[in-house]
Structure formats: C-alpha cells, structure tokens
Write a new protein. Sequence first.
Length: 465
Amino acid sequence: MFVIRILFAGYAREWRCSHIVFKIQDHYLPLRLRDKEIDINKKYEELRGSVKSILNLVVVGHVDAGKSTLMGHLLYLKGIVAQRTMHKYEQESKKLGKQSFMSRGVTVDVAHRTFETSSKTISLLDAPGHRDFIPSMITGAARADVAILVVDASTGGFEAGFETGGQTREHAILTRSLGLSELAVAVNKLDSVDWSQERFKEIVTSLKHFLKTVGYRDSDVTYIPCSGLTGENLVEPPRDTALKNWYSGPTLLEAIDNLPVPERAINRPIRFCISDVYKGQGSSMCVGGRLETGYIQNGDRLMLMPQGDIATVKGIQAENLEPGYSFAGDHVTLNISGIDPTVLHVGDFLCDPQEPIPQTTRIQARIVVFNITVPIIKGSQFDFHYQSVNGMARVKKLVSQLHKSTGQIIKNRPRALVKNSSAVIELEFERPLCLEVYKNYKELGRFMLRNNGVTVAAGMVTQIN
Ligand SMILES: Nc1nc2c(ncn2[C@@H]2O[C@H](COP(=O)(O)OP(=O)(O)OP(=O)(O)O)[C@@H](O)[C@H]2O)c(=O)[nH]1
C-alpha cells in the first residue's frame, strides 16, 4: 500500500482512495494534543487527593487452587456478591460435582470487580489458572500493579501446582517478569489439613526459596493462611482456634491493603494501550484499556499507533471515577470520534501526537530463558506477548550470553541458549509493533516469548532498532 505525505497547513487528515492512503500533515504546525495545558498536578490533587488510590490486582495460581472461591467469598463478605447469587452458584457447582460454590462461570462473573480496603480501592482482574489460559493471564498480569498468588495447601495439592507442569512456578515467574514486584501469597484450603502450622511452614519454606530465585525479596512477599471455602482469615481475623493458636498476622484483606500503589506517571507522554474495542453511540467508537502514562481529558486529540490516525476524545468513563479525566494507572473506556473503526485493534496505542510511541520490526532485548527442552538458536520463532499485543518474532541474532546473577558477558555470539540461561538477543517481528525501551517505560518494555503454549522466556527491551 502507498502512503503519500503532502505538507499542508492544518491538522493531519487522512482519506483513502482505492488502495492509496493520503496523509496530509504539517511539519511546521504540528498537531497538538490539546489547545491549553492545565496544571495537572493541581488537578490531580483536586480530583483524586481525597479519593482512595486505586490498586489493580490480579489473582493467579494453579488450576483449582481455589481462586474463584477465595475471591468470590471475599467479595461476598464485603457485601458485593449477594447471598442469592452465592446460593445459585453453590447449587450449580453441586450439579457439576464441585464442592465449591464458585464454578468456572463465576470466574467470568467475578472479573473486573472493585472493592474497598481501608486505604485503597481495589480493581480486581481475575485470571483463570488452566494452562490454556496463560495468554489471558499474561494480559491480566500485564495490566495489574500487584498480584495474589493462590496456592492449594491440601495434601498433594500444593505439590501438584508446584512441581514441573504446575502453574504455581510459571505464574510467579510471569508476575515478576511483568514487573509486579510485591506478592501476597494466599495459602488456601488450609481447613482441609486442620489448620496445620507445619503444613503452612513447609509451603512457605518451599515458596520462599523459589520466589527468591525468581527475584522476589523476602520483604516483598506476605504469606496468609486462609480458606476460601470457610471464609476463615479473609476479612475478619481467624475465629477457628486451630488457626488462632499460632497465627496473628494480617487477614487477606489487610495484606491486600498493605500492597503498595506504584507511582502514577501522570507527567509523562500519553501511552494508552487498547485492550477492548466496541461500537459507541452514533459514529463514535469505545476503546477500553489502561492508561500507562500521562493523563487524558475530554477533547484531547490522540494519535493511534501504529496507524498514525488521529482520534478525538469525546468521553471518558471508569467505575467509581469522575468522568472527563483519566490519569496514569486508570483502567478506563474512552469514547472517541474521527477514526475509521476498521483501523482500530486490540493492542494498538493511543498517544500524544507530538510524542507517539515508537514502532519497530526489530529490537534488542535482554532475556531470561525458562525451563526449555529445545535450545534457542538463530532463526527460532516465537509468539511475542506484550501488554495486549501478540505477534510473531524470530531470533535474528544471539548477541551474548550473560551471567545470570551478575549480568556480565560470559560469551559473545553463543550458538545456542539452553534452559535457565540469560542473554542479549535481537528479535525481528513479522509486522511492526509499538514498544518502548524498558529503562524509559518499565511497563511498556517487558515481554514474554512463548512456543506451543509454553512460556520460553521473559525479556526486557534494551534497544529499538
Ligand atoms: N477444602 C477446601 N476446598 C476448597 C477451598 N477453596 C476451593 N476449594 C475446592 O477447590 C475446587 C476448585 O475451586 P475453584 O475456586 O473453582 O478454583 P479455581 O482456582 O478458581 O479454578 P480455575 O478457575 O479452574 O483455575 C473447588 O471445587 C472446591 O472444592 C478451600 O478453601 N478449602
């Protein structure tokens, strides 16, 4: 397809003629994001100063660890899920042969709920635990600030999730690799082992050792003994003497409240990653997603990347937030106009037109290789997962192999990368992707490489070529 650029006074416009796209752009009067700048720090203080900070939380863990039951029960105790709904699911679960009152159907129902802790509003992003769901778990985790890792404390249950093939390890590696630096570990189903302190200690010891190798410091992780089924130690301190006798730490809700809210980069250029697209009223479109950096207000003109089209923001909506403004870290729906719906895709970015996100077909990256069986060589192909983006990537060059802990080069141009190694590589994409260098935009510079449903490596973009 041809793109013809004509220099012309006025805003950037675009129209199509057969297969030729004309773009009229003025380089002397560049398209402005907004006509007047406001004191954004003052505005933020005015709008959000007295509002509880929002923490985006993802719940991860091995299949059947009890994630839905746990979060469903917590929401019920907080008065968010009605008893009638709980009863309905209990009946349905019984019919399905599950003891739990939460079936997979509830996992969907529970997704995207908000609830309050004493100092925060928690936006809950649920993530199914089954192996097939890892890509959606990556999407969930990529949008979260912090994570709860749910482990099954029942006899053999923890081991099933923790040994090779279980998702406990993989999920912990993924959350860390995606930049979630603090973790609350719900040691769930402890009722099934009579609240055994030995069992709790055994699980904590195994996890502590493993989580350290992944990059979590001991002080970044809190372990909470609990039961999603009985509701013990979720919102209220334990009542069961078998647990009360040896545990006086935080409840799950307190542990969530203690998780830190990352600093919101509201003064940086706009980076809004689209994770949902649907039709709005009239000719407008709605795009859902997370504003990674900057702030957006009604009337802003944003550039859609990688396409380069210009959209105007007509409305901003989010649960429990004031309309008309969105700040870094918010999950919002934008109502936009002036854009051809056929060019909008999940994974695209809306940006400041004067400082759009770079797009590229080639990057240099530092990767950590997981427990693979087939070594990575020049020419290896992978699914590249990043934010809501998914594309094909080929290894163009193995630049150097690094020492895992010191990061020093131990070999230049290695012929292959084996399991648990660390390296600098060059990747080439099938189609242009919008990315940032990790050191400039932490959230936009991390990715995963997957092959045949298995996560092969996690990486950080070090250079955009
Ligand atoms: N004893 C006991 N059993 C539990 C508890 N929580 C969940 N279960 C059982 O664990 C099974 C799985 O619970 P779910 O909540 O569906 O697990 P999940 O992790 O959401 O499952 P997926 O969404 O399929 O990954 C249920 O059938 C319950 O019987 C608990 O606290 N104690």
